[in-house]
Design a protein. Sequence first.
Length: 115
Amino acid sequence: MLLIYQAENAIPVEVLQSCYDDSAQLARDLFAQGKLYSANPLKPPATATSIRPEGTKRIVTDGPFAETREQLAGYFMIEAADLDEALEIGKQVPGGAYGTVEVRPVYPLPDLPAE
């Protein structure tokens, strides 16, 4: 999983559409190579709703969980042979020019639906 973290409004408005276009092209290229499962930008943190534990209950609140400068902005779910390949793909993520791309393996749980 390639997780893209950025400060809110990190991408200048005048290049935002270009970044989306470049990200869509990367997604098409990875899909053609059989390496893409899914990719999407996320809406701003202000649109988030979080569920937090409070004792045995779950409390729903507006806003993101983390109070940090960088927020999760989007993701690419890819298939890579190894960490080196995932890192090379991660270096191509256009949003990475405006923040951090975290490369993290997905833990496979048995008996999950395939699709």
